[in-house]
Design a protein around this ligand. Structure first.
Ligand code: PEP
Ligand code: MN
Length: 337
């Protein structure tokens, strides 16, 4: 259950409530919202003296949470959680776009893409330095050299840097260069990795696994939240279905569903979600109309020469045009760009 403290509750009252929860044999996790604190009480609530807790000083109300994801559920944070993207935030009125190449290939390619997406209005630069490839024979990424290139391009443009981390051992290294740690679809249920990024103190972009249910997706987010990191962005990047005309199926119903079920920001990935360049713009617009807080889009100065994911990658010019076309869609649903 969630114990919502009054906005005026004192630190002592919050501390006393945490103690009462722990004395009842439940785990107490303190979540600090912008206006009020809430305490998630996790465990067998049959033991909890709810009526007495309800009357305790500083307590506003007690909300039972039936979903298996306690910390990610909408009730756990009155109001939506905003996640830091360097100087910007995602999860508020402004739709934020993260863009850049699938993989960092060299300095010029990354810097050219970074400058182009910045000029077009992106808030963050994406790019993989460690690539989880289906085949071990495919390009695996520039590794630390790629991280250095990304950081330089991020610093040059003022864009936040979003990049994937593949293993728990790499988290400290990647966190030394990146502003946001991306957990890829293939690693959504790598629980050691989720715990490690939860402890790293950097925002996390968590991609849905290609065959993960929504509950499994939210429970993966729950691992990061439980490790003490509430800065999680959920990313719908397409799932595997019997649809065979697109690379994956970008489930926009899930975007709308997640906006109701959780307080975390939700972004859509129309690049991996379709695998087809010409479908990126229409699905990007549809995602914003469905309530997405942002997008992650693959952009490369020369997609036909891209080492990874060229067929789904926009040119810099196509991306600039898309950003112009997205604005009226965002405004039509009460958002800004
Ligand atoms: C990527 O963002 O380039 C990527 C590998 O994504 P996913 O994990 O969704 O396949
Ligand atoms: Mn890619």
């Amino acid at each position: 259950m969630i114990i919502v403290m009054e906005p005026t509750a004192t630190d002592v009252e919050v501390r006393q409530m945490v103690d009462r929860v722990e004395e009842a044999g439940l785990e107490a996790i303190l979540l600090r919202g912008e206006v009020r604190k809430v305490i998630a009480a996790i465990g067998d609530k049959r033991e909890a003296p709810l009526e007495r807790w309800q009357a305790a000083p500083g307590v506003e109300r007690i909300i039972p949470i039936l979903s298996p994801y306690k910390l990610a559920s909408r009730e756990a944070a009155p109001g939506a959680t905003a996640v830091r993207l360097d100087g910007q935030v995602i999860g508020r009125q402004k739709v934020q776009v993260i863009a850049g190449p699938c993989a960092v290939e060299d300095f010029d390619q990354t810097l050219t893409a970074a400058r182009a997406v910045k000029t077009a209005g992106a808030a963050a630069l994406r790019g993989g330095a460690y690539k989880p490839r289906t085949s071990p024979h495919s390009f695996q990424g520039l590794e630390e050299e790629g991280l250095k290139i990304l950081r330089a391009a991020g610093d040059d443009t003022g864009l936040a840097v979003v990049t994937e981390v593949l293993s728990p051992e790499q988290v400290a290294l990647v966190a030394g260069y990146a502003d946001v740690l991306q957990i890829g679809a293939r690693n959504m249920q790598n629980y050691m990795l989720l715990k490690e990024v939860g402890r790293a103190g950097k925002p996390v972009l968590l991609k849905r696994g290609i065959s993960a249910s929504v509950d499994e997706f939210l429970l993966a987010a729950e691992y990061v939240l439980k490790a003490g990191n509430s800065q999680v962005i959920l990313c719908c990047r397409g799932i595997r279905t019997f649809e065979d005309h697109t690379r994956y199926t970008l489930s926009l119903g899930t975007v709308a569903y997640l906006k109701q079920a959780t307080h975390l920001p939700v972004v859509a990935d129309p690049s991996h979600g379709t695998g087809i360049r010409s479908l990126v713009a229409p699905m990007a617009k549809a995602a914003i109309a469905a309530g997405a807080d942002g997008l992650i889009v693959e952009v490369h100065p020369e997609p036909e020469r891209a080492l990874v994911d060229g067929p789904q990658t926009l040119t810099c010019e196509e991306f600039a045009r898309l950003m112009v076309e997205l604005r009226p869609v965002a405004e039509a649903v009460g958002r800004t760009m």
